[in-house]
Ligand binder design. Structure first.
Ligand SMILES: CC(C)[C@H](C(=O)O)[C@@H](O)C(=O)O
Ligand code: SF4
Length: 475
């Protein structure tokens, strides 16, 4: 019998009911909850007179619609009645159903996909769900983590299980060595540019190969985070010594002998040498350049040294029309060098790139320089913990002295659900994961880039090739 993939091992370990012709029923080890996709789920439970089956496996935070301006206890947090109601409702639901909540005043508050790993809740081999499409982030630890809809949130709250059709498997082998100045974000943007936004539909991706093994946990999270932008159900990376070292000592990680036992079990998770994937893609990053999106989907991406494409030169009529429409929305002319695109705003944040290493790398570019006149730039740490750590290291001073705004944690300008939005027509270099029309505010124009590319763009007022501006950024 052929060996098993990481995904198959985790899946099989969690099937509680298997019937021919029906989706498997999976046991869920960790359920993360945020304010936007949970209110109706809790309401459903109440109407049915049910309790939460495992409040001890369910954790909640507020992230999407929290303002990122200073938080003063006792003062109204937001003037937006919908946001206020969602936050109050989450707090009331967590009290009623006995669920741990990290609210805006908690030192653990942050973007749900940043705090799960940080608290050690995210662990290899677990099944993890959240009513949020970027749940794949947690797959960086060798967990099977995927986003679910609000009715599924209710199902998991009530039963701690979820019916799921088994996805197919896809291996993305990342070969070569990452060149200086080229980040994990460029790797995933490059992959999506190559396979397309539906390139992994129906599949769970396992990212493998020497480049993946060389990445830190935070870089692995950046890659897994955007699996959904390639259409995948989830993205996973096999756990290794890097994973175990990251987890050891974290609040919810097993301790002492229990940790040793957990590591022995986690070591058995990686894909067997003779396992087979349904599909296989090989990407070599040796010549990969920093990436910049020019359109309104993450697959509309090119090298920083490239130009805005000419739709007329695209062979497929569908792609041509999509590119034409995207360029119109983006206010860009075909053939424009990417480095001539001028920016109004820069956003460093989101569950893709708001962790400590992201802020450190951006700060290395910013140190001793100034944000270009006319550019408004902001840094939004992914969690209160990240913010605190960054302040301990003096990163906040580097950003503020350069003219960046330094904010409280949340999803912020990743999506227009809170006061941090673009004005119509404004153009933004953003470290987030989606550049859809209106994503950062109606009429706003988003270019996805890595943290160092965003930092360099803030300083110059237009995109620049971060490999050329300073040897320090390559460190
Ligand atoms: C609001 C939420 C449901 C949504 C998601 O599922 O991803 C958001 O986090 C996003 O990134 O678009
Ligand atoms: S930071 Fe952005 S992508 Fe991540 S959960 Fe929040 S809104 Fe979604």
């Amino acid at each position: 019998m052929a060996g098993k993939t990481l995904f198959e091992k985790v899946w099989e370990e969690h099937v509680v009911v298997e019937e021919p012709g029906r989706p498997d029923l999976l046991y869920i080890d960790l359920h993360l909850v945020h304010e936007v996709t949970s209110p109706q789920a809790f309401e459903g439970l109440r109407l049915a007179g049910r309790r939460v089956r495992r409040p001890d496996l369910t954790f909640a935070t507020m992230d999407h619609n929290v303002p990122t301006t200073p938080r003063v206890p006792g003062e109204a947090l937001t003037s937006d009645p919908i946001a206020a109601r969602q936050m109050e409702t989450l707090a009331a639901n967590c009290r009623e159903f006995g669920i741990t909540l990290w609210d805006v005043f908690s030192g653990e508050q942050g973007i749900v996909h940043v705090i799960g790993p940080q608290l050690g809740l995210t662990q290899p081999g677990k099944t993890i769900v959240c009513g949020d499409s970027h749940t794949a982030t947690h797959g960086a630890f060798g967990a099977l983590a995927f986003g679910i809809g609000t009715t599924e949130v209710e199902h998991v709250l009530a039963t701690q299980t979820l019916p799921q059709a088994k996805p197919r498997t896809m291996e993305i082998w990342v070969d070569g060595q990452l060149p200086p100045g080229v980040a994990a974000k460029d790797v995933i943007l490059g992959i999506i540019g190559r396979i397309g936004t539906d390139g992994a539909t129906g599949h769970v991706i396992e990212y493998r190969g020497p480049v993946i093994r060389s990445l830190t946990m935070e870089e692995r999270m950046t890659i897994c985070n955007m699996s959904i932008e390639a259409g995948a159900r989830a993205g996973m990376i096999a756990p290794d010594a890097e994973t175990f070292a990251y987890l050891e000592g974290r609040l919810y990680a097993p301790k002492g002998a229990a940790f040793e036992r957990a590591v022995s079990a986690w070591e058995k998770l990686p894909t067997d040498a003779d396992a087979r994937f349904d599909r296989r893609v090989v990407i070599d990053v040796a010549t990969l350049a920093p990436q910049v999106t020019w359109g309104t989907s993450p697959g509309m991406v090119t090298d920083v040294t490239g130009r805005v494409p000419d739709p007329d030169q695209l062979p497929a009529p569908d792609a041509r029309r999509a590119a034409e429409r995207a360029l119109e929305y983006m206010g860009l002319e075909p053939g424009t060098p990417i480095q001539e695109i001028r920016l109004d705003r820069v956003f460093i944040g989101s569950c893709t790139n708001s962790r400590l290493e992201d802020l450190r790398s951006a700060a290395r570019v910013v140190r001793g320089r100034k944000v270009a006149p006319g550019v408004r730039a902001m840094v939004v740490p992914g969690s209160q913990w990240v913010k605190h750590q960054a302040e301990q290291e003096g990163l906040d001073r580097i950003f503020k002295e350069a003219g960046f705004e330094w904010r409280e944690s949340g999803c912020s300008m990743c999506l227009g659900m809170n006061p941090d939005i673009l004005q119509p027509g404004e153009r933004c270099a953003s470290t987030s994961n989606r550049n859809f029309e209106g994503r950062q505010g109606r009429g706003g124009r988003t270019h996805l880039v890595s943290p160092v590319m965003a930092a360099a763009a803030a300083i110059h007022g237009h995109f620049v090739d971060v490999r050329e501006i300073d040897a320090a950024v390559s460190a």
